[in-house]
Ligand binder design. Structure first.
Ligand code: GLC
Length: 690
C-alpha cells in the first residue's frame, strides 16, 4: 500500500507516474518534526536494517552513516563521502516495522541513518515543499515492486548493449579504435562496442566529429558495424561558447541556456573551456537539445552516454576571477597557516561550488527556479531530452543511453554508469553493494567502470572485477587518460580474459531474459540475500553475495591475493565453478558457511533448488548469438520451468506473449526430462538426492 504525504507546494519532478491523492492523516510510522528544522524521524530498533539510496556509498545496509542526496562530480569515492553522482531518495526500513520511504524533492536531502544517534533515522529535505511516499507491503520484494510500479517501467536497453564494451578516455583517432578492436578480435575476446570519449569531438563540442582524427565518420561507423562493433559517443552537458558553432548560436538566440540573476547566460568552464548549460528543465530546450542527437543517429550511431551532467563545473567566471585576485593579493603577503590555506581553498573550491550552483536559474516552462533548489533534476532532464527525442526519431528501435548523473524518474529514459571509480579492490566491493540498491530505485541497465577508472589497474584486479562484471547489464571496461592501459589484451596471456568474457556471452540469453523480466515486472535483477530469504537472520548479514535473477546466487572474489572466499548458503545449493563456458566443476553444497577456492581464472556461481540455467554457445559479439540452441544445467528433483525471454533485441514490442518461452523440466515415465521448443544439445541434471 502506498500513501502520499504532501507538505507545502512541491515541485512536480516527474519521478512518479501514478498520481495518487495526498493522505490527510499524520505520516506514520515516521514522525514529522519542525524544530529545530523540518524533518522526518523514526526510531530504529537495534536490529533494524535500512536498504536503498541507489548510487550511494558504503553498505547494502545503510545504517550507521549519513548520506546527502546531491548529485556530485567527485571521482574519489572514499568512505567518508556522502554524495556521489546520483540522487536516489528511496529507502526501506526493515525490522520492527517494514516500510519504504520515497522523498520526492529536487534539491538536497539528508539521510542521517543512525549517524548522529544510532537509533535515529532522520530525513531532512532542504525545504518544506516535498512529497513523501510511505510504502508498506508483505515483503521487501513486494515493497520494491510497488515502488517501481509507482515510478514507472525502467528504461530497456537493446540486446547488443549486453555485450562487452571497451572504453578509454584517450582513444584519439579512428586508428586507435581500429587497433583496440583488432586486438580483441585476434585474441578471440568477445566485444560488442567501443565508447567514444570526448576526443572524437572537435574541440570538445557536442554534436561535432573531428574530421581530421575521425575522417569519414559514417564510413567508420559502418566499418565497425561490419566487425560486429557499435560505437557509443559521449555527450557532455556544457555547450562550448564559440562564434559560429551552431549549437551555441541557436542556444543563445532561442534562450536555451541557464541564466544568471541578471539574465545573462551562465558561463562555466568545463572540457572545452567556457560553456553554457542548456536549461534541460525547460521542455522547449529539451526538444531542441534532443533533436541534436539526430546528427549522430544519422551517421549510424545507436547508443550514447551523457556525461558531466550534475552539472560538473570546473570554474565559473566569477569564481575564477575571485581566486586569481586572491592570488595576486597574496603575492605581497607573508602567508601564515590561515591565509595560505584560505588561498588554497579559493582554488580547490572552484569546482562544483555551491556559490555557483546558487547563481544560475532555470525556466521550467514559465517557473523560474534557482539551480541549487532543483540541482538533482539536471542530469535526469538531459537524459529525458535524449529519451524523448529517440522516441520521435526511432519509435520502434531501442537506442542505448546511459547517464552519469540521475534522479529517480530518469530510470525511464536511460541507464547509468556509476561514474569515476578507481582501480581499487574496495571498489569491487562497493560495486557489488550498490547493484541491489540501484535496482530498488529502478536503475537496471547499470554498471561500474570495470578495472576502475582512475589509478592503475592490474591483471588480477581486472580479472576479479570482470568475474563479477559478467553479470551486470552494463559490462564496460573504462579508464582515465594517463592511467595504465587496461584493455583485456594488455596483461600478457589473454586466455583467462577470453574465457571469463565468453562465460558472459554463453549466459547472455539468461542475463538478458532476467533483465527483461525485471524491467517488465518491476522486480530486481540483483537482490540482497535477505530479500529472498526473509526468515534467515544470517542471510541479512551478508553484504558481499547477491541473488541474481531467477534462482542464482553470485559470490564474487574482491580481495587482493585471495585464493577463494567464504560464502554463506541460505539453503542447499548446486555450486558451479566455471573456468570457461564449457569447463565447469560442480558440487552439491549444504546450507551454511563454507570456504570455496576460486582461482583468478574462475567464476563461482550457485544455483537454488529446482532451477535451471540455459547456456548458449559463446560468440565474438551478440549479433552472432544462436538463441535457438542451448545447453541446460539443472538442479531439480521435481518438475519446474525457466521462462526465457526471447525477442529481436531492438524492437519496442516488449510485452508480446510470444517473447516468453518456457524451458521446462517435466516428469516422463518417472524420469525428469527437459522439454522446450529450443534445441537442447546437452543437459547436466543434478538431482537433489545425489
Ligand atoms: C568524466 C567521465 C569519464 C570520462 C571523462 C572524460 O570524468 O566520468 O567517464 O572518461 O569525463 O570525458
Amino acid at each position: 500500500m502506498i500513501k502520499k504525504y504532501t507538505y507545502g507546494e512541491p515541485l512536480q519532478t516527474g519521478a512518479v507516474v501514478d498520481i495518487i491523492p495526498a493522505a490527510t492523516e499524520s505520516i506514520e510510522p515516521l514522525e514529522l518534526k519542525t524544530e529545530p528544522q523540518f524533518c522526518f524521524e523514526y526510531t530504529m530498533t537495534d536490529d533494524d536494517i535500512v536498504y536503498g539510496l541507489g548510487e550511494a556509498n558504503r553498505g547494502i545496509n545503510k545504517r550507521g552513516y549519513i548520506y546527502t542526496s546531491f548529485c556530485t562530480d567527485d571521482p574519489s569515492h572514499t568512505e567518508e563521502k556522502r554524495s556521489l553522482y546520483g540522487a536516489h531518495n528511496f529507502i526501506i526500513v526493515d525490522g520492527y516495522d517494514r516500510f519504504g520511504v520515497f522523498v520526492d524533492f529536487p534539491g538536497k536531502v539528508t539521510f542521517d541513518i543512525g549517524y548522529t544517534d544510532y537509533k535515529t533515522l532522520t530525513v531532512t529535505p532542504d525545504e518544506q515543499n516535498v512529497d513523501v511516499y510511505i510504502i508498506t507491503g508483505d515483503s521487501l520484494n513486494d515493497i520494491v515492486k510497488q515502488f517501481r510500479t509507482l515510478i514507472g517501467r525502467s528504461y530497456i536497453a537493446p540486446r547488443w548493449a549486453f555485450g562487452f564494451q571497451q572504453s578509454r578516455w584517450g582513444y584519439m583517432c579512428a586508428d586507435d579504435i581500429r587497433e583496440v578492436v583488432k586486438n580483441y578480435r585476434e585474441n578471440g575476446i568477445p566485444l560488442d562496442a567501443v565508447n567514444l570519449d570526448i576526443d572524437y569531438m572537435e574541440k570538445y563540442k557536442d554534436f561535432t566529429v573531428d574530421e581530421e582524427r575521425f575522417p569519414n565518420f559514417d564510413e567508420f561507423v559502418q566499418e565497425m558495424r561490419n566487425q560486429g562493433i557499435r560505437l557509443i559517443p559521449i555527450i557532455d552537458a556544457g555547450v562550448k561558447i564559440e562564434d559560429g558553432y551552431d549549437v551555441y548560436v541557436e542556444g543563445v538566440r532561442d534562450n536555451h541556456f541557464c541564466k544568471t540573476a541578471n539574465g545573462q547566460d551562465f558561463t562555466a568552464g568545463v572540457w572545452p573551456g567556457r560553456t553554457h548549460f542548456p536549461d534541460f528543465l525547460n521542455s522547449d530546450t529539451r526538444k531542441w537539445f534532443g533533436e541534436k542527437y539526430k546528427f549522430l543517429l544519422d551517421k549510424g550511431i545507436e547508443g550514447f552516454w551523457n556525461d558531466m551532467n550534475e552539472p560538473a563545473v570546473f570554474y565559473s567566471d566569477k569564481g575564477l576571477r575571485e581566486a586569481l585576485q586572491a592570488a595576486k593579493d597574496a603575492e605581497t603577503q607573508d602567508l601564515d597557516i590561515n591565509s595560505f590555506f584560505a588561498l588554497k581553498d579559493k582554488f580547490t573550491g572552484l569546482s562544483n561550488s555551491m556559490n555557483d550552483y546558487s547563481s544560475f536559474y532555470h525556466n521550467m516552462d514559465g517557473t523560474v527556479l534557482r539551480h541549487d533548489k532543483v540541482h538533482n533534476l539536471y542530469g535526469y532532464n538531459m537524459t529525458k531530452a535524449a529519451g524523448e527525442a529517440f522516441k520521435t526519431f526511432e519509435p520502434n528501435k531501442r537506442i542505448l543511453m546511459y547517464s552519469r548523473s540521475s534522479y529517480i524518474g530518469m530510470h525511464r529514459y536511460g541507464g547509468i554508469w556509476t561514474g569515476d571509480n578507481q582501480s581499487w579492490w574496495s571498489h569491487i566491493l562497493l560495486n557489488i553493494k550498490m547493484m541491489p540498491s540501484l535496482n530498488m530505485c529502478g536503475f537496471l541497465y547499470t554498471g561500474a567502470d570495470l578495472g576502475g577508472f582512475g589509478s592503475d589497474c592490474t591483471r588480477d584486479l581486472l580479472l576479479r572485477w570482470l568475474a563479477f562484471g559478467i553479470f551486470k547489464p552494463l559490462m564496460r571496461n573504462h579508464s582515465a587518460l594517463g592511467t595504465r592501459n587496461q584493455e583485456c589484451f594488455r596483461f600478457g596471456d589473454t586466455t583467462d580474459f577470453k574465457n571469463i568474457i565468453s562465460i558472459r556471452y554463453s549466459m547472455l540469453p539468461y542475463i538478458y531474459s532476467e533483465y527483461m523480466k525485471a524491467s517488465l515486472e518491476n522486480t530486481m535483477l540483483f537482490r540482497p540475500l535477505s530479500f529472498d530469504y526473509p526468515d534467515d537472520a544470517f542471510a541479512a548479514r551478508v553484504e558481499d553475495q547477491l541473488m541474481f535473477g531467477d534462482g542464482l546466487m553470485i559470490t564474487p572474489v574482491y580481495t587482493q591475493n585471495a585464493k577463494g572466499r567464504y560464502v554463506y548458503l541460505p539453503e542447499d545449493m548446486l555450486y558451479i565453478k566455471f573456468t570457461s563456458p564449457t569447463q565447469r566443476k560442480y558440487a552439491l553444497m549444504p546450507k551454511g558457511n563454507h570456504y570455496i577456492d576460486v582461482a583468478l581464472n574462475e567464476v563461482p556461481l550457485f544455483m537454488r533448488k529446482n532451477k535451471l540455467l540455459p547456456l548458449c554457445r559463446p560468440t565474438d559479439c551478440t549479433d552472432n548469438i544462436d538463441d535457438s540452441t542451448f545447453e541446460v544445467i539443472a538442479y531439480a528433483d521435481k518438475p519446474c520451468e525457466y521462462i526465457l525471454y526471447n525477442d529481436d533485441g531492438f524492437s519496442t514490442d516488449y510485452d508480446k506473449p510470444e517473447h516468453f518461452e518456457p524451458i521446462s523440466i517435466k516428469e516422463e515415465n518417472g524420469e525428469l526430462k527437459v522439454v522446450s521448443n529450443k534445441t537442447i544439445v546437452r543437459v547436466s541434471m543434478f538431482n537433489l538426492n545425489n
